[in-house]
Design a binder for this molecule. Structure first.
Ligand code: 6GU
Length: 245
């Protein structure tokens, strides 16, 4: 069973939305396990403090290394070793390649930061991989952890349908953005479904969708477009070499 342990000051936030829908069914089917742990349970002083003022001064509070370390220890004693991640806006950006890697492993231990940060020494001592879900600031790592877990769980065997899984496989890291979708009614508020989608010509539909996906990717995400065209070029080069050999 894929095992997610979440170290947080707000364990009630889990599984949260992941208890519903696709991830919730997978949870009930025992495809994965969501084990939220209260960092405060590892506090040692009588005030049960988990944070302290920053050395060197300044605003806010910093999570104590001893308390975080004890919480990590407790989480990692269960089962096989798992990668430990710290969710922070200063981390490397989460992408589908990292999601695939984590999903293919035994699970994850996720440390959710609150306050200004976590003492650097425990990040280094534990070799925590710092991960961010985007260039904006959340009030804590919990919502980011939910996003990461959702992305991983949907890739676990038996969670998605076979069709979606095959689709996902074929996309790789060089995916285009999705083409626009339409359904009935064919006329709605004076807007029509593009006629090609009603033509019944599968090849033309596929060609139209491909062109739309390329156009929207070029317009919205020149970074993805560059990566996509790069992979296409190298794929063709490899195919060329293979054919020549
Ligand atoms: Cl992982 N944490 C916080 N607090 N804010 C974020 C984030 C993580 N990723 C994007 N913004």
């Amino acid at each position: 069973m894929w095992h997610a342990s979440i170290l947080t000051l707000f364990p009630e936030m889990f599984p949260g939305p992941l208890g519903l829908s696709l991830a919730g069914k997978a949870l009930r089917d025992k495809i994965w396990r969501c084990d939220a742990r209260d960092i405060r349970a590892h506090a040692t002083d009588r005030h049960r403090s988990v944070d302290d003022t920053p050395c060197g001064g300044g605003a806010g509070m910093v999570m104590r290394p001893d308390v975080v370390d004890a919480a990590m220890d407790a989480a990692l004693t269960e089962g096989v070793p798992r990668p430990a991640l710290f969710l922070t806006p200063r981390g490397r950006l989460l992408d589908q390649a990292l999601v695939r890697e984590l999903s293919a492993g035994p699970g994850v231990v996720l440390l959710c930061g609150r306050f200004e940060g976590v003492d650097q020494r425990v990040i280094e001592a534990r070799g925590l991989r710092e991960v961010s879900i985007g260039d904006y600031v959340l009030s804590g790592g919990e919502v980011a952890a939910l996003a990461l877990l959702d992305a991983c769980v949907r890739l676990l065997p038996g969670v998605m349908g076979a069709a979606e899984s095959a689709e996902e496989e074929s996309h790789g890291a060089s995916a285009l953005l999705e083409y626009p979708h339409y359904t009935r009614p064919v006329e709605w508020q004076g807007r029509s479904v593009p006629p090609v989608l009603l033509s019944g010509h599968h090849a033309e539909v596929a060609r139209w969708r491909r062109a739309e996906a390329e156009k929207i990717t070029r317009e919205r995400r020149p970074d993805l477009w560059a990566r996509h065209t790069g992979t296409e070029t190298s794929a063709r080069a490899i195919a060329g070499q293979t054919a020549a050999a």
